[in-house]
Design a protein around this ligand. Structure first.
Ligand SMILES: C[S@@+](CC[C@H](N)C(=O)[O-])C[C@H]1O[C@@H](n2cnc3c(N)ncnc32)[C@H](O)[C@@H]1O
Length: 218
């Protein structure tokens, strides 16, 4: 099923309604519903889902096969997991979520899909070594990100691809580190529907970076 915005989508409200339909088709509920984080003291950011059209754009940089293991770092309501199912990607997708209530509601719908798993806890405490692909959408404060990058470097001996969306101000944490090479970067502010009509989705452009990591170069 295509997640590209169709002609009748002309503004953010239309887009959210369209996304809610897609969510319902795979999860039985809308994933757009969100509150502020209860865990700001632990460096957590709000559980805002990534828009489907953004995932469609970014995930062109991921190549999955049956052995692929995607980790969505801070999965929130599980939009990335829903997208993984909608696209019919091979392999397995896991979301880890710090907030116990969110993790539990996401795990409830995800349990219907055998290629999805949801874990509750901090990404900082997880064994990261099984994963081949990582996705981050603005999950936490820079000090937590620094510890997460160090954990990746310590634990992973195989190459992996990591996409960090909305790394405005965070992208430099990866720059110049041995083993990391930038594959692509860009920014997203607007959504464009199938007829070329553009409307603003983010207040200011959201920068993203795609990284390849090879421990042999570390
Ligand atoms: C902006 S949301 C992203 C949701 C989802 N990844 C998506 O793209 O639709 C960030 C999520 O990261 C979670 N989070 C923050 N710190 C975390 C940590 N240390 N470990 C796991 N999850 C964390 C937050 O609770 C929040 O739900």
């Amino acid at each position: 099923m295509a997640q590209s915005p169709q002609p009748h989508i002309k503004n953010l409200a239309d887009l959210l309604a369209f996304e809610a339909q897609l969510d319902h088709s795979i999860c039985g509920t809308s994933l757009n519903d969100q509150d502020e984080t209860r865990l700001a003291e632990e460096g957590a950011h709000d559980p805002t889902p990534t828009h489907y059209f953004v995932l469609e754009h970014l995930f062109k940089h991921f190549s999955f096969d049956e052995d692929s293991r995607l980790l969505d770092v801070g999965c929130g309501t599980g939009r990335v997991l829903a997208f993984f199912v909608l696209q019919g990607f091979p392999g397995h997708a896991t979301g880890i979520e710090l907030d116990p209530e969110l993790a539990s509601s996401t795990a409830a719908w995800a349990s219907r899909h055998r290629n999805l798993s949801v874990l509750q806890g901090s990404a900082l405490d997880l064994d990261l070594s099984p994963y081949t692909h990582f996705y981050l959408f603005n999950p936490f404060d820079p000090n937590v990100l620094e510890r997460f990058i160090l954990a990746l470097e310590e634990q992973l001996t195989h190459p992996f691809t990591l996409i960090h969306m909305s790394d405005n101000g965070d992208t430099w944490r990866y720059v110049g580190r041995p083993g990391w090479s930038e594959v692509a970067s860009g920014s997203i502010k607007n959504c464009q529907n199938d007829r070329g009509h553009k409307f603003s989705v983010y207040e200011w452009p959201q920068h993203y970076t795609v990284w390849h990591y090879d421990a042999a170069q570390h």
